[in-house]
Design a protein around this ligand. Structure first.
Ligand SMILES: [Zn+2]
Length: 242
C-alpha cells in the first residue's frame, strides 16, 4: 500500500495504491465514502501504468470525490427522522418513521427502507430502537459468518467465545484468553469488510501480535485484505457515527 497523488486543475488529489493478489488483471479505481481514492492494482503493475490509468479517469474521480464530500451529512450528528439514510451491510437505507396507530415498537427492513414503527417518533426513542436493531442483526450475522469461517479453518476446532461491544475506533479485538470482541457498528459495513475483520480477529487466536506470521496467516485466508481494509477505513468515520 503506497500513497500517491495526481494534479487536476488546481487540486492535488491523493490516492492509495493497493496491490491485490488474486482475481485481478486490471487496475480498478474506487472513491470511498470519505472521499479517499483507492487504486487496486495487480501485484506486477508498473507505476507508469498506474499513473496513466488514474489520469485517464481523472474527471470521473474528481466528480466522485465531490459527490462523496457532499454526502458527508453522514458524519454530522444524526436526526433519526424519515428520509435520513442509515447503513446496513454496505447499503444505505432511508429511514421511515411511522408513528400513527402503533402501540408497540418494531424495526423492519422492508422494500428498501428501514421502517421504525413506534408511537414515539422522538429522536432519542428512534435512536434507541435502531441501535437495538443493529445489535440484534450484528449478533445474528456475525455468529453465522464466524461459524462458516471456523469450519473453513482446519486449525480452529471450535467456535471462539465472542461478544459485542461498541468501540469508538476499533472494529474488533482479541483478548489474550481468546475471546473476540466485535463492534456492532461493523454490521453497517459491506459483507467483505465484515469478513476481513472476522478473519483478522480469528488469526489472532493463533498469533496474538501483528507479526510476520500473523500477516502470512491473514494473507493466506484473504489475499486481497489490503484493498478490503482500505475500503473499510474509507467508511469508518461514517459507519461509527451515531
Ligand atoms: Zn489485529
Amino acid at each position: 500500500v503506497a500513497n500517491n497523488h495526481f494534479i487536476y486543475g488546481d487540486q492535488k488529489i491523493p490516492y492509495l495504491v493497493c496491490p491485490v493478489p488474486r482475481h485481478q488483471h486490471d487496475i480498478s479505481i474506487h472513491v470511498n465514502p470519505d472521499g479517499s481514492v483507492q487504486v487496486d492494482v495487480p501485484l506486477d503493475a508498473k507505476q507508469a501504468e498506474i499513473n496513466k490509468a488514474v489520469l485517464k479517469r481523472a474527471r470521473w474521480i474528481m466528480n466522485n470525490v465531490e459527490k462523496a464530500r457532499k454526502l458527508r451529512e453522514h458524519v454530522l450528528p444524526r436526526d433519526y427522522v424519515s428520509g435520513e439514510s442509515h447503513f446496513y451491510l454496505g447499503r444505505r437505507y432511508p429511514l421511515k418513521v411511522i408513528s400513527n396507530g402503533y402501540k408497540g415498537h418494531a424495526v423492519k427492513l422492508l422494500r428498501g427502507q428501514l421502517r421504525i414503527l413506534t408511537p414515539d417518533p422522538g429522536k432519542e426513542n428512534v435512536k434507541r430502537l435502531l441501535k437495538r436493531w443493529y445489535r440484534e442483526h450484528a449478533r445474528e450475522y456475525f455468529a453465522r459468518q464466524l461459524s462458516a469461517l471456523v469450519e473453513d479453518i482446519p486449525s480452529l476446532h471450535e467456535m471462539p467465545k465472542w461478544r459485542l461491544q461498541v468501540m469508538r475506533k476499533e472494529w474488533g479485538s482479541c483478548s489474550p484468553n481468546g475471546t473476540l470482541t466485535l463492534n456492532p457498528h461493523l454490521v453497517k459495513a459491506p459483507a467483505l469488510c465484515v469478513q476481513y475483520v472476522l478473519i483478522h480477529e480469528l488469526c489472532h487466536l493463533e498469533e496474538h501480535n501483528h507479526s510476520k506470521r500473523f500477516y502470512r496467516l491473514l494473507t493466506a485466508r484473504m489475499p486481497e485484505w489490503k484493498s478490503v481494509k482500505a475500503r473499510l477505513d474509507g467508511m469508518a468515520e461514517m459507519l461509527l457515527n451515531e
